[in-house]
Design a protein around this ligand. Structure first.
Ligand code: PRT
Ligand code: ZN
Length: 284
């Protein structure tokens, strides 16, 4: 049984999606000029589509799963379920106004016009916050709308903020944070679902490994208890004696979030020769 996945044909999510499949050990010739390709060593068929179309194709069962931005999933409002957040393609969707305007909060947008490519998300946010503004749907270059007199504010994707800056706009409200997500159709065939579970197992192992580092260090034996208490690890640290008497080598795993803080504490407590090594896959 083959699992069918939709991936963005070209654009910001294409490379991250293909890289993730590759790190899951799935070999597919890089033929994004083709409409679909079959993986050589996993029961997976990849369809290359425009991101806006993916939620509908998943709902209709043309494909079983797809990778899209959470923003696209929420905007299209199809019968899909979010299976897994994938950690790339991160951005936020924000409301912005011309920099020289005195507006600082969304309540000041009552009666104003807001341009966006995401009318569904914006409408539900405005309704929830009891703001009555009119929405102008445009499909691209939303950031120029205030300058050409089409709108008083915009609602658009922001990443570094340089597009807003270059267009003399300021962000007044973040409405949503988004990243690439794996979506699946409801009521999936049991056998197809089993293939999805195999794929998910691999995706989770790859993602865990990305956020963790393997750490090796040397420590004097009288400091071992203290040093081990600083290392959360998977179970407990591995301790091996060094050739030099009175010293041991300690191995463990550190999460990226705690990384620098833990390293500083280890150093301050007598750890030496600290090595940090990337982990390729992590299966708990
Ligand atoms: O052709 P197709 O329809 O498939 O692609 P597309 O042009 O609709 O989408 P694409 O490839 O631009 O984006 C795909 C997805 O990437 C989006 O739906 C988001 O989930 C995610 N993503 C992440 C982004 C950005 N970062 C991003 N920076 N999508 C768009 N942008 C644009 C944004 O629209 C704005 O114009 O980049 C500009 C802002 O960037 P900064 O860095 O200047 O703030
Ligand atoms: Zn698109």
């Amino acid at each position: 049984m083959t699992l069918k996945i939709a991936v963005q044909k070209s654009g910001r999510l294409h490379d991250g999606s293909m890289q993730l499949l590759k790190e899951c050990g799935i070999e597919c010739s890089n033929g994004s000029n083709q409409l679909r390709i079959r993986a050589a060593n996993f029961p997976l068929e990849i369809f290359f589509l425009r991101d806006d179309d993916i939620p509908e194709y998943v709902q209709d069962g043309v494909v079983d799963i797809g990778i899209v931005g959470e923003n696209v999933m929420l905007e299209k409002k199809k019968q899909n379920r979010l299976v897994e957040k994938l950690g790339f393609g991160k951005c936020r969707l924000s409301i912005a106004v011309p920099r020289n305007e005195e507006i600082t909060s969304i309540s000041e947008l009552n009666g104003k016009r807001i341009a966006t490519s995401y009318p569904v998300i914006l409408r539900s946010y405005l309704d929830m916050n009891l703001v009555s503004a009119s929405i102008h749907e445009i499909s691209g270059s939303v950031e120029i709308a205030p300058r050409i007199g089409l709108a008083d504010a915009i609602f658009d994707i922001v990443s570094s903020g340089s597009t807003l800056f270059n267009n003399e706009l300021k962000e007044i409200q973040t409405v949503l944070t988004s990243e690439a997500v794996l979506i699946a159709k409801n009521n999936m065939d049991e056998e197809v679902n089993r293939v999805l579970e195999r794929l998910l197992f691999r995706i989770r192992a790859v993602r865990k490994a990305r956020y963790n580092k393997y750490v090796l260090l040397n420590a004097p034996n009288d400091k071992l208890d203290l040093i081990c208490s600083l290392l959360p690890g998977m179970k407990s640290p591995t301790i091996l004696p060094l050739a030099e008497p009175g010293w041991s080598s300690v191995h463990s795993v550190i999460h990226e979030n705690d990384f620098w803080e833990v390293i500083e504490q280890l150093k301050a407590n007598g750890a030496e020769g600290i090595l940090i090594v990337p982990i390729e896959k992590m299966i708990l």
